[in-house]
Design a binder for this molecule. Structure first.
Ligand code: BGC
Length: 389
């Protein structure tokens, strides 16, 4: 799917990068050294990258005036750039060429493990189980060399959403069994190889409705800690990313699913509690435990029929803007990891990557393939935003 979509996006990005838009001033005059024992978000602002800006600008003409004006505000908000295929590593250079000011940090999602998305279908990736050496040499090593080639730029990495959490809770799914060894080795390799002075790393830890169950906290923390230790306890590692592409509230109390019959088995009814509880489990497991939390699409609560529903939740709105003012010592920052407006998965039941979650009654339909631009959904996110635009 990406191959049919990419040329359009690439064109949009090219049009933006071409004159009269000039290369922006900025960038640091000397090498960036991030201290991962501190909260780097106190010093750096999440960069609003030109790729997402390009997607939004390409979408403006089909919006009414008031929505378009708000969309232009969204384009100024920092978000992460997903490097979700080997080919899409090419998205990085134009973003760097556009200029990343010295007080900004560029967020990247590392997302191309062999057998990706083993418990679902919508985000199955390009690499097959067994293609670990390709992951290492053609994906991770290439990203690492680009980060090394840009020592004056600060980078924040979210490492492999959903991968290790799937090994904790979906070990009975055959595809996850097949992927397990490659996930563990691949994540450790990523953490070790991307451990560069201008980089701070966060490993994906699912969300409160996933590893927050009493029975999952400890095994979850141990699974993540194993990867951290296998990577040689990298210095630039800071902790976890939670709620990536997710919908949970930061601090709604009682939580959205607090009155569900099984709520007694899960203390982590919002992400704030999850960060605290899972953070304690991580500490016991011997791993750094600070967190960044994706608040891109959690502005509206009470939309999901079940906690586990993840696909293009209907009625969602943009959430809290990226900030390091979280009110929690363990929470470094609220960030926008999922670029709001990119789909979670197709609702076309005949598609190879159709996942039944995208056909549920709380999932927006019709929806395009994961990662593709979803115009109607983007406009809803804008108009349902909380805080509003
Ligand atoms: C998709 C990726 C996409 C990312 C961000 C994921 O669900 O699988 O292709 O880059 O979302 O939109």
């Amino acid at each position: 799917m990406k191959f049919s979509q990419l040329p359009v996006l690439a064109l949009a990005a090219t049009a933006l990068a071409a004159p009269p838009v000039q290369k922006r001033a900025g960038g640091c005059s000397s090498a960036v050294k991030l201290d991962a024992s501190t909260n780097v978000w106190k010093k750096y602002t999440l960069h609003a990258n030109s790729f997402y800006r390009g997607e939004i600008e390409a979408a403006l003409s089909s919006m009414d005036e008031s929505t378009a004006a708000k969309a232009q505000e969204v384009a100024k908000i920092g978000s992460f750039l997903w490097l979700d295929t080997i080919e899409n590593i090419n998205k990085l250079q134009p973003v760097l060429d556009d200029g990343v000011p010295c007080d900004h940090i560029l967020g990247l999602v590392i997302y191309d493990l062999p057998g990706r998305d083993c418990a679902a279908k919508a985000s199955n990736g390009e690499l097959k189980v067994g293609e670990l050496s390709k992951y290492k040499t053609q994906y991770i090593d290439v990203v690492a060399s680009l980060l090394k080639a840009n020592p004056n730029t600060a980078f924040a990495l979210v490492i492999e959403p959903d991968s290790l959490p799937n090994l904790v809770t979906n070990s009975d799914v055959q595809a996850c069994k097949n992927s397990a060894a490659g996930y563990r080795d691949g994540v450790a390799y990523a953490l070790k190889t991307l451990n560069l002075p201008n980089v701070v790393m966060y490993l994906d830890a699912g969300h409160g409705g996933w590893l927050g169950w009493d029975a999952n906290l400890k095994p979850g923390a141990q699974e993540l800690a194993k990867a951290y230790k296998a990577a040689g306890s990298p210095k630039q590692f800071r902790g976890i990313a939670t709620n990536v592409a997710g919908w949970n509230s930061w601090d709604m109390s009682p939580g959205e699913f607090a009155s569900a019959s099984d709520a007694k088995y899960n203390k982590c009814q919002n992400e704030k509690i999850y960060v605290t509880e899972f953070g304690a489990a991580l500490k016991s497991a011997g791993m750094p435990n600070h967190a960044i939390i994706d608040t891109a699409r959690n502005g509206v609560q009470g939309l999901r029929e079940e906690w586990g529903n993840w696909c293009n939740v209907k009625g969602a709105g943009f959430g809290i803007r990226p900030t390091s003012s979280t009110g929690s010592d363990l929470a470094d920052a609220f960030v926008w990891v999922k670029p709001g407006g990119e789909s979670d998965g197709t609702s076309d039941s005949s598609a190879v990557r159709y996942d039944s979650f995208c056909g549920k009654s709380d999932a927006y339909q019709p929806s395009p393939e994961a990662g593709q631009w979803h115009q109607a959904y983007f406009e809803d996110l804008i108009n349902n935003a909380n805080p509003s635009f």
